[in-house]
Design a binder for this molecule. Structure first.
Ligand SMILES: Nc1ncnc2c1ncn2[C@@H]1O[C@H](COP(=O)(O)OP(=O)(O)OP(=O)(O)O)[C@@H](O)[C@H]1O
Ligand SMILES: O=P(O)(O)OC[C@H]1O[C@](O)(CO)[C@@H](O)[C@@H]1O
Ligand SMILES: [Mg+2]
Length: 502
């Protein structure tokens, strides 16, 4: 196989069943032994005869010490690293990093950065590093911020960004640029990019934002503009697929420990004390799961992916009663998106981005617990409900997230300078890669309750599975989900007593 650079829609893969627009968008390279590269677009794919320039990094004293600083054009990153002797090599993504040739002269670059969606620890670090990398690695001096998310492109003045402006912002929570939901008007946004002469767009945000970035990129390509669009994935929910983990997630999990510890102290100080902590996680329960695993003080973790029920044999009430009788206290962590289907009131309208509204499941479950134990069981419980929701995402990022954000920003800048566009950056099995937008937006990353991690959680909390794995798979019509549990037992043959006695 020759150089992998800029092979557009190489056939060999059966793409005939895909719609035309999708066939045009996908850039797939097929190699030997089942090797597939899901490549990202390059400006040169649709703008002929684009000139290239030597990468100014080759004269940068800080980087000249690195033996092989530039990434080989054929380097790719495997999506699946656990393989068998005869298994196909599988899907790969283009390895991120600096290229020997760039498609922009530093003086010609006019870059912008925008942050969209909810807050997340590390947003300011990414902004800071994009600005500093453009300045110090590539000598780009025209960088500006878009004020208040996507709508800022067409309704607000821009914010000039220099290393001096961004110095020290990584120690602050939030985003110095402001953010918002809704307001994505593709035409107005691309008009603004075109009118201002912007040629590099760095878009930091979650799944919704990356969807927005994908349509901005499509419109830019349709207009034939020499503008690189780079997405940097952001979400404390960790719901973006393909990448190992999203930035800010670790910081949020760490902060959640404080709430869980407080819940534990409260619960252990009162007779039949129950500490209930609600954590973020709209559709994905990663924060709740990791915070629970890290704490070890949690007796029950409820997430959107694992349905539960309250009353009757094998239900939550029964488990809580057993636990209180055995230990005298209990800590419950609930993700905000868990058990929404149990709350019968009708839901209010969606948020401006179209995200479905959520009931306060923590409050609801608190009321139900009080009612159940005082009225039906005549048992006094002392329930303390802690809702640290925004506190875990409004903090500055911790040290490891700061380093992670630095790498994300750096690889985004290298990618855009190298002419890549329509990509999201992120680590895949520890190696940073450029991932096509379609891959990032096709589905949400969710806790797989048939995976070992959820099993670890169950064995740490000793909570029952409530609904058996088989029932859940059946309910979700996800029969193809790999099951690693030897026994897909339901709560009937996996009784509460057995669970608690373990
Ligand atoms: N399908 C879509 N097409 C175009 N734009 C979208 C789409 N979905 C969301 N957006 C825009 O992306 C921005 C952010 O979306 P959203 O509020 O859903 O947050 P997010 O990026 O998913 O982040 P998070 O959920 O982690 O807070 C909003 O301005 C919204 O209008
Ligand atoms: O109240 P806001 O700002 O809409 O954000 C809340 C949502 O943002 C997130 O943190 C990220 O999507 C969710 O966990 C949460 O539901
Ligand atoms: Mg989202």
């Amino acid at each position: 196989m020759g150089s992998l650079d800029h092979n557009f829609n190489k056939t060999g893969l059966n793409i005939s069943s895909m719609p035309n627009s999708q066939q045009q968008q996908q850039k797939i390279v097929i190699g030997e032994a089942g090797y597939v590269l899901e490549d990202v677009p390059n400006l040169s794919d649709y703008i002929p005869n684009l000139p290239t320039y030597p990468n100014p990094l080759q004269d940068n004293p800080s980087y000249s010490v690195v033996k092989q600083y530039f990434v080989d054009v054929d380097d790719t990153v495997a999506q699946k690293i656990v393989v068998h002797k005869n298994s196909p090599r599988g899907i790969h993504f283009r390895r991120a990093g600096p290229r020997q040739k760039v498609y922009f002269e530093p003086d010609d670059v006019y870059a912008c950065v925008v942050t969209c969606g909810g807050l997340c620890p590390g947003l300011n670090t990414v902004i800071r590093e994009i600005v500093c990398d453009l300045y110090y690695m590539y000598g780009v001096t025209r960088v500006m911020g878009i004020d208040g998310g996507y709508r800022g492109f067409y309704s607000k003045n821009t914010i000039p960004l220099t290393p001096k402006v961004v110095n020290g912002i990584h120690k602050r929570g939030g985003t110095i640029l402001g953010t918002s939901r809704g307001g994505h008007d593709t035409k107005k946004i691309v008009d603004s990019i075109q009118d201002r002469g912007i040629n590099q767009v760095y878009i930091i945000g979650g799944d919704g934002t990356q969807r927005g970035a994908a349509v901005i990129f499509e419109e830019i390509r349709r207009r034939g503009l020499n503008v690189a669009v780079a997405g940097i994935p952001k979400t404390i929910d960790n719901d973006i697929p393909v990448i190992d983990k999203s930035f800010g997630f670790d910081s949020a999990v760490e902060e959640a420990q404080r709430a869980i510890s407080a819940a534990h102290v409260e619960a252990t100080s009162f007779e039949n004390g129950i500490g209930l902590v609600k954590l973020m996680g709209r559709d994905s329960g990663f924060i709740a799961m990791y915070a629970t695993l890290a704490s070890r003080d949690v007796d029950c973790c409820l997430i959107p992916e694992s349905p539960f029920y309250l009353e009757g044999r094998g239900g939550l009430f029964e488990y809580i009663e057993h636990r209180l009788k055995a230990n005298g206290h209990m800590v419950i962590v609930i993700a905000e998106g868990a058990g929404q289907e149990l709350v019968s009131e009708s839901l209010k309208s969606s948020d401006p981005s179209g995200n479905k509204p959520l009931h306060d499941v923590g409050l609801w479950i608190s009321e139900r617990l009080k009612e159940h134990f005082s009225k039906q069981k005549k048992m006094v419980i002392n329930l303390k409900y802690i809702d640290p929701t925004y506190m875990i995402r409004a903090i500055p990022s911790n040290a490891s997230d700061n380093v992670y954000c630095t790498l994300l920003a750096e690889t985004a800048v290298h990618g855009a300078m190298a002419g890549y566009t329509g990509f999201t950056v992120g680590p895949v099995n520890g190696k940073h890669a450029y991932i096509p937008f379609d891959r990032i937006i096709e589905k949400q990353n969710k806790v797989v309750i048939t995976d070992r991690m959820w099993a670890r959680l169950l064995s740490s909390t000793l909570q029952p599975s409530f609904l058996g794995t088989r029932d859940i798979i059946k309910e979700n019509k996800e029969e193809e989900l790999p099951t690693q549990l030897a026994d897909n037992s339901t709560t009937d043959d996996n009784s509460m007593e057995k669970q608690i006695l373990r």
